[in-house]
Design a protein around this ligand. Structure first.
Ligand code: HEM
Length: 529
């Protein structure tokens, strides 16, 4: 091929189509004669608005962006398959949990939380691990993280947490380079976040790759069997590749060299046929057993110890195909905690209940209307029949049948009228577990949610000496970016409830001359009682 440019008069290049199928068209399909020069009044302009071809091109370009996700903006999606290895009819009647060997198509999106779409991959941040299972009974979204607990117990606090963590509205960046006053101010005033703080200050936080991290559904959900009996469940993803992290110094260098390190790693391994796998594990326990814990299983800042309730592996997820279209798939995928199938239900976890509202609400705006389930990546792969119609970007509508119910159009009546449309089925449909609900309407945090330190301490002491050193270093690094001394002190006075040795390392590292008193805790850690 000649690399000589075919320049037209005035210097704009022109390249001929190879054949009729190769002719450039407008979005309306009209062939375009010139894609380099805007119609103008004379060779030196001005440009004419009459040029509908140029205007259409610019109009479309102007609208290429949609709002980035309010959190988890930076993400990377991969197609895969979930294969059931062990049926669990005693726990759930959901089809996906009952046909051993059945393969369910999936789409998984890994993400960071606080950074924007263009932020570096190796931030000290939580990683999202969201999987959409296209089951025969509707889409099930397991929208989890790589850390098994969360910062807050009640969804009403989420906007404050995120405002404190994201760039400040006046300057568009956090007050200091990595840590900042607002975040640590909020954290130090929210003792419930201490367990999660221990995790994000640990080596677990910056994975070597998405392939080497765990995933957790975090909340307690319910599984329901064919007899209508319910058990509580927690979901776990265990990477077959093992668990690997990088340390902070490595993360800083990698971010500088290659801010796309994690997504590149995933793309490359899939293209090379090296498909990462995770086992899906469940921890199942009943309400009576839940009562025996010293913490509340509805509290998302707590784990269920695996020594007490072992993780049972029931299936394997294999990620094996990169997307064809990053925007259409990874950007437009819409996960939502309320997408569950019959045989499963929510618990009364106040964080989960708030999430169930938030995702649908934000997606209405982010994806431009109520019809985002018509976008192929969000569309179920099982039959969909309902009476919904119209709205922005509707791709389907009820056709040739009633679009409301009840109706008296009937397939039974031999009168050539249109069919009556679908009907709800008590036998197959989603049924909420009949959990007893009592008590007055109150705005109060349950007393059973009040111990914020015991599991934080257990996590800290479970770490090896070098990992504990890294945690101390991370806290010193982060808190030394906090300008207000009262916030630094308040954090140390929380750490004293977790581990006095750690508190001392941090106090020395950030230059406190006196050790602050232990903060007054709503509930003392178990070991202090
Ligand atoms: C997005 C996990 C708490 C609101 C996400 C995503 C994940 C996630 C993985 C990214 C989904 C994707 O890749 O598209 C979690 C976990 C939580 C938690 C594990 C706690 C256990 C919350 C809470 C709220 C919330 C409490 C609000 C009350 C959102 C919103 C998005 C999001 C609005 C953006 C969704 C979108 O635009 O599609 N979350 N989240 N999250 N989360 Fe959460």
């Amino acid at each position: 091929m000649s690399d000589e440019l075919n320049l037209t008069k005035g210097g704009a290049p022109h390249q001929e189509p190879k054949g009729e199928d190769d002719i450039l068209t407008t979005a309306q399909g009209a062939p375009v004669a010139d894609n380099q020069n805007w119609l103008s009044a004379g060779p030196r302009g001005p440009q004419l608005l009459e040029d509908h071809v140029a205007r259409e091109k610019i109009f479309h370009f102007d609208h290429e962006r949609i709002p980035e996700r309010v959190v988890h903006a930076r993400g990377y999606g991969i197609h895969g398959t979930f294969e059931l290895k062990k049926a669990i009819p005693e726990y759930s009647h959901a089809a996906i949990f009952n046909n051993v060997g059945e393969k369910t198509p999936t789409f998984t999106r890994f993400s960071t939380v606080a950074g924007n779409k263009g932020s570096p991959d190796l931030a000290r941040d939580v990683r999202g691990f969201a999987t959409k299972f296209y089951t025969k009974e509707g889409n099930w979204d397991l929208v989890g993280n790589n850390i098994p607990v969360f910062f807050i117990q009640d969804a009403i606090k989420f906007p404050d947490l995120i405002h404190a963590a994201k760039p400040a509205p006046d300057r568009g960046f956090p007050q200091a380079q990595t840590a900042h006053d607002n975040f640590w101010d909020f954290i130090s005033l929210s003792p419930e976040s201490m367990h999660m703080v221990m995790w994000i200050m640990s080596d677990r936080t910056i994975p070597r790759s998405f392939r080497f991290m765990e995933g957790f559904g975090v909340h307690t959900f319910r599984l329901i069997n064919a007899k209508g009996e319910a058990k509580f469940v927690k979901f776990h993803w265990k990477p077959k590749q093992g668990l690997q992290s990088v340390i902070w110094n490595e993360a800083l260098k990698i971010n500088g060299m290659d801010p796309d390190f994690h997504r590149r790693d995933m793309w490359d391994s899939i293209e090379a046929g090296d498909f990462p796998q995770w086992d899906l594990g469940i921890q199942v326990f009943d309400e009576e057993f839940a009562e025996s814990f010293e913490f509340d299983v509805l509290d998302a800042t707590k784990i269920i110890p695996e020594e007490q309730v072992p993780v049972e592996i029931i299936g394997t997820l294999t990620l094996d195909a990169n997307v064809d279209n990053f925007f259409a798939e990874t950007e437009q995928v819409a996960f939502c905690t309320q997408n569950i199938m019959p045989g499963m239900d929510f618990s009364e976890d106040p964080l989960l209940q708030g999430r169930n509202f938030s995702y649908l609400d934000t997606q209405l705006k982010r994806l431009g209307g109520p019809n985002f389930t018509h976008i192929p990546i969000n569309a179920p792969k099982c039959p969909v029949h309902n009476f919904q119609q119209d709205g922005h970007m509707a791709m389907t509508n009820p056709k040739g049948r009633a679009n409301y119910e009840p109706n008296s159009w009937s397939g039974d009546m031999d009168d050539n009228r249109e069919p009556r449309g679908p009907r709800a089925s008590a036998e197959h449909g989603f049924a909420s577990y009949e959990a007893p609900v009592t008590g007055p309407k109150v705005r109060v945090r349950s007393e059973t949610f009040a111990d914020h330190y015991s599991q934080a301490r257990q996590f800290y002491i479970s770490q090896t000496a070098i990992e504990q050193t890294h945690m101390g270093n991370a806290l010193v690094f982060e808190l030394s970016k906090v300008e207000r001394m009262d916030i630094r002190k308040r954090m140390v006075s929380h750490l004293r409830h977790i581990d006095d040795g750690l508190a001392k390392v941090v106090a020395d590292g950030i230059g406190l001359t006196e050790m602050p008193e232990k903060i007054t805790a709503a509930r003392k850690p178990i070991d202090d009682l």
